[in-house]
Write a protein of this length. Structure first.
Length: 228
């Protein structure tokens, strides 16, 4: 059953709940864990962790996650992209199809990895260092995302999540829906090509198949890290 124990919910997170619904699974986060991330992740995000925990929503379409469990994957996907020159990034959320949403320690929520298509989305204007207020704003903006932005469309432009959930059943916290054969190998975004797979194994395999496409030039990177 959805968790309904919140008495005073953050207004911005309520906008997210209105879109995605109450959590369908939830892990309570101890204060010791929140304390370890203080100074590394925005205060607004840590406040949401304390109130909401790490949780899944919309029948598993969207999950907030423990960054510690994704550190190896994030390092693997960012290796060779130059993003690690800009900031230290941590996964804070993911979708049923393996999109990873990253938060930088100085840039806030600024990077998305679409592992299914081996691509990274990051705009130079969002990768600039931010003060505490702007770090919190990046989290507020992030939780205004829509269910449509977390879904994937098939070759005919039709959303896949609802049909995949009906066909394959709900996901466990360590699972995702993955395309086999992989898109990067010429596979097609079709319902019949989706399978329930272990998230860490599948995303690591995708990264080994090909380097991700990153829409940042060397000039962009040098500008952001302050090189002449």
């Amino acid at each position: 059953m959805p968790w309904k124990g919140i008495e005073m919910r953050d207004d911005d997170f309520q906008v997210f709940i209105d879109e995605f619904g109450e959590s369908t699974s939830r892990i309570v986060i101890p204060q010791s864990t929140i304390s370890r991330w203080t100074g590394k992740l925005p205060a607004r995000l840590l406040g949401q962790w304390a109130a909401e925990g790490w949780s899944s929503h919309a029948d598993g379409l969207f999950w907030t996650v423990n960054p510690n469990e994704y550190e190896d994957l994030v390092d693997e996907w960012l290796d060779g992209t130059s993003l690690e020159e800009i900031d230290a990034f941590h996964a804070i959320a993911r979708t049923a199809f393996g999109k990873l949403f990253l938060c930088g320690e100085t840039t806030g929520q600024s990077v998305m990895i679409n592992c299914a298509t081996n691509s990274i989305f990051a705009l130079p204007k969002n990768l600039k260092k931010k003060d505490d207020r702007r770090l919190d704003i990046s989290i507020r903006s992030f939780f205004c995302l829509s269910k449509d932005s977390c879904d994937l469309d098939d070759e005919d432009g039709k959303p896949l999540f609802g049909r995949t959930l009906k066909k394959l059943g709900p996901l466990a916290s360590d699972e995702m829906y993955g395309f086999e054969p992989a898109i990067v190998l010429g596979g097609k975004m079709r319902l019949e090509n989706l399978h329930k797979v272990k998230l860490d194994q599948h995303l690591s395999m995708l990264r080994q198949l090909a380097a991700p496409v990153l829409p940042l030039s060397r000039i962009d990177i040098d500008t952001l890290i302050g090189k002449e």
